[in-house]
Design a protein around this ligand. Structure first.
Ligand SMILES: Nc1nc2c(ncn2[C@@H]2O[C@H](COP(=O)(O)OP(=O)(O)OP(=O)(O)O)[C@@H](O)[C@H]2O)c(=O)[nH]1
Ligand SMILES: [Mg+2]
Length: 391
């Protein structure tokens, strides 16, 4: 089973490149033949002369980041991007979602989807597509949303996962909250799973846990790539009988949206503390030594979960004795919970305040995004916020 990755914009391309770097290092262990082969098949296409070519498509509206990525991977000698797997233009989307979504996306749809199709055709069996981007800029967010929509139309039965980088709260881009609101509201309808990394949180990991003094995007991206790699690399599911999971990204969420709460279910909530981070579903992935003896009951406690879903349905675990990237033991939790509620609420609040005074709206309407479109996006995210608040 293979995954095709689509890297979009500066952030998507830089994080994507680190991801392939991490995976190629991790899989490069001849002692672990089955694991390595499974990982290689998942992420790389092996050429006749045994070169590993990433199953990835690189898209940006400006050329710099993509050419840097290609140059860097060429030097590593371990793997490379495909010769015809990238597409760039001369000028970016200027941090404008509407420019990406309404102009660049449709204009380049044919060539971009052609590159994706070629990559898909290289796979014996497609497990799904991972689209990677930031939500705050113009290309990753706008073109990325448009491309996700095209992927949904072209591959209706394939699993589509969006990996999103959430902007710093302080923000480098004045309209980042508009771009984020538009991206999230659209992807919520299109995507099978959305995995989010917050720049602020990862930055804190670099500063406090890793003691890095001058933190660069490269440092942040390495942490993101490690976490993402440890989610996507082969692991054994509960019922797999020793065979690596065939569908690595088809994470079997029992419920995708909290709005699926059965009608008439009362919220008892008596066993939960106020302000507690309630989860809808959690996936724990353990790798390395002693995985079978790990004490995991803390993750299964019913008080962590919403009362209308049995805890054994809300919790899943994957594991493998193969260590990840030379860590003796590692654990990663993929959590569908209230964690993102506060950042989302902040983001929507800030965007709404700007919208109330119609600040910068003309920058969007001139490309074809109307005030109605904004209102629809606000409504849809308010619904998400309200549903998650009530978990
Ligand atoms: N973690 C991380 N965040 C990044 C990186 N590059 C940019 N960002 C974040 O992404 C947002 C800006 O989006 P970009 O990806 O630069 O924009 P783009 O998709 O290239 O769009 P345009 O340049 O407007 O065409 C900001 O929130 C940045 O903090 C990166 O390499 N790593
Ligand atoms: Mg850019």
């Amino acid at each position: 089973m293979s995954i095709v990755t689509v890297q979009l914009g500066q952030c998507g391309n830089q994080v994507g490149q680190e991801l392939f770097e991490v995976i190629s290092n991790d899989a490069n262990d001849t002692q672990r033949k089955v694991y390595s082969e499974c990982s290689s098949e998942r992420f790389f296409n092996e050429t006749a002369n045994r070169e590993l070519v990433a199953r990835s498509v690189l898209i940006d509206m400006e050329p710099k980041v993509i050419s840097q990525s290609i140059a860097k991977t060429g030097k590593s000698g371990k793997w490379r991007y495909g010769d015809r797997s990238h597409f760039s233009q001369k000028q970016g989307s200027g941090n404008n979602w509407a420019n990406g979504y309404c102009v660049h996306g449709p204009r380049h749809e044919e060539v971009v989807m052609d590159i994706v199709r070629r990559e898909v055709e290289h796979c014996d069996c497609l497990a799904g597509i991972v689209a990677m981007m930031s939500v705050a800029g113009g290309t990753g967010s706008g073109v990325g949303t448009y491309v996700t929509q095209c992927l949904r139309d072209t591959y209706p039965n394939s699993f589509i996962l969006n990996h999103l980088t959430w902007p710093y709260g302080t923000g480098e881009v004045i309209v980042q909250n508009y771009n984020s609101v538009l991206t999230l509201s659209h992807l919520y309808q299109l995507s099978d799973a959305i995995l989010v990394h917050e720049n602020d949180t990862v930055h804190k990991i670099c500063a406090q846990l890793m003691n890095i003094k001058h933190i660069s995007f490269r440092d942040v991206n390495k942490v993101i790539a490690h976490q993402l790699g440890s989610v996507l690399q082969p692991a054994l599911t509960g019922d797999s009988h020793g065979i690596y999971n065939r569908n690595p990204i088809g994470i079997d969420w029992q419920v995708r949206a909290p709005s699926l709460q059965p009608e008439g279910t009362e919220r008892t909530g008596s066993h939960r503390r106020p302000g507690f981070n309630t989860s809808l579903a959690n996936l724990l992935i353990l790798r390395g030594k002693d995985v079978n003896d790990a004490e995991i009951s803390g993750f299964q406690h019913p008080s962590l979960y919403t009362p209308w879903l049995p805890a054994d349905e809300a919790f899943s675990m994957w594991k493998t004795p193969v260590p990840f990237n030379k860590y003796e033991k590692s654990a990663i939790l993929v959590s569908n919970s209230q964690t993102l509620l506060r950042p989302l609420d902040n983001m929507v609040g800030k965007a709404w305040n700007m919208f109330a005074s119609r600040a910068y709206i003309h920058q969007y309407t001139k490309f074809g995004i109307s005030e109605e479109d904004f209102l629809d996006s606000f409504t849809s995210l308010e619904q998400v916020i309200s549903s998650y608040s009530q978990l």
